[in-house]
Design a protein around this ligand. Sequence first.
Ligand code: DOR
Ligand code: ZN
Ligand code: ZN
Length: 434
Amino acid sequence: MDTILIKGGHIIDPENNINDEFDIIVDKGKIVKVEKDITPFAYSKVIDASNCIISPSFTDLHVHFRDPGQTYKEDIKTGSMAAVAGGFTTVVCMPNTIPAIDEPSLVRYVIEKGEEVGLCRVLPAAAVTKGRRGKQLTEMALLKDAGAVYFTDDGAPVVDSHIMRKAMEYAASLGTFVANHCEDLSLSKDGVAHEGEISAALGLPPLPPEAEETMVARDCILSIRTGAPVHICHISTKLAVEVVAWAKAMGANITAEVTPHHLYLCDDEWLDFHCKAKVSPPLREYEDIEAVRWGLSSKIIDYVATDHAPHAHHEKMLDHWNCPPGMIGLQFALPIVMELVRKDYITMKRAIEALSTEPAKKIGLKPPSIVEGEKAEFVIFNPNEPWEVTEDKILSKSKNTPLLGRKLRGKVKYTFFNGKIVYEDTSKEEFCYD
Ligand code: DOR
Ligand code: ZN
Ligand code: ZN
């Protein structure tokens, strides 16, 4: 398929100031024409993009592909399939694999396997400490040289403040940053659900929000004092957003991400006692959801990252204590963010920045551009098309999400990467959305 004509779509490319209806011709993988009303003739494929937005493909700086070591949950191939089905063509894999990504050879493994699959750009984050044990820094310069794009012990916080400070300074000297899973383990203890009315009513072990907030505050202070950047993973509480707002006002070099689930779901997901609601940090209260939505629109929160965390069915069926935290997210980011656009929390332009251009720039990538001469790397999506979340539509190996059976609106139709169509939606919905 050498030539593709895409007709009737509305291009939003924030970096190139494009926000208008244009047709596109892609020839041998390159965007050769972006013009109004191109006459369709003799093109090998015509895509009808009416009612669709065409935007630079998305970037997710926080996914767990479980490869190496736990490929029964996910692997780089199935993770890549889920990514492109969600409109993502760049993903950063977390190092909490088995073994942890703390050696240059493991960094290379992730990169090379991602290239072999070839559906999207798969980049690794490397561990801050050896084995993610929190005691001894990794060889950060070597890991960076091998291709690690940033450092994190995600799944666990960097508890020791001295180690965190040193890691932040080393990362800064290498032109990168540390991202922290902010959780004071002495406060979260064996907590399972957000401490509040729901955990009390259900008798679930409570996990107080200050477990997150105190460590966010610590990292902000370290950033202000050292001048080194720090990134807050999956921010989820109102007070944490306020702390980041304060630190930014102080001039701190700090960024934060929010997950689709913390933008959309609250702790009442626990009402049927099922551990599909278990995630770290936990689902919060409605007030917190409002705060992270406001944070995203006001740019206190810089971008969306899914924290796509696949776990096998038998693991999510365990009791509250033994069930691992996490839910998948790659295919739900777009519909959830589109819901915020429909409800006027954020603009469409900000939504696209938060899913694509902002995270790409954070790791020093040039965001994909929808202009003539560039390789095709964009996503065509219908922001309003309804679909029901069913197991067969989830391309991830694991299906752990409280959204199963729910109806969402916002559907990826095509994803282009490296000049090629890497995902095309072929599903048809039987129901009518009201
Ligand atoms: O819910 C979570 N799941 N939070 C984390 O920090 C780790 C992740 C995982 O690896 O499953
Ligand atoms: Zn985390
Ligand atoms: Zn994570």
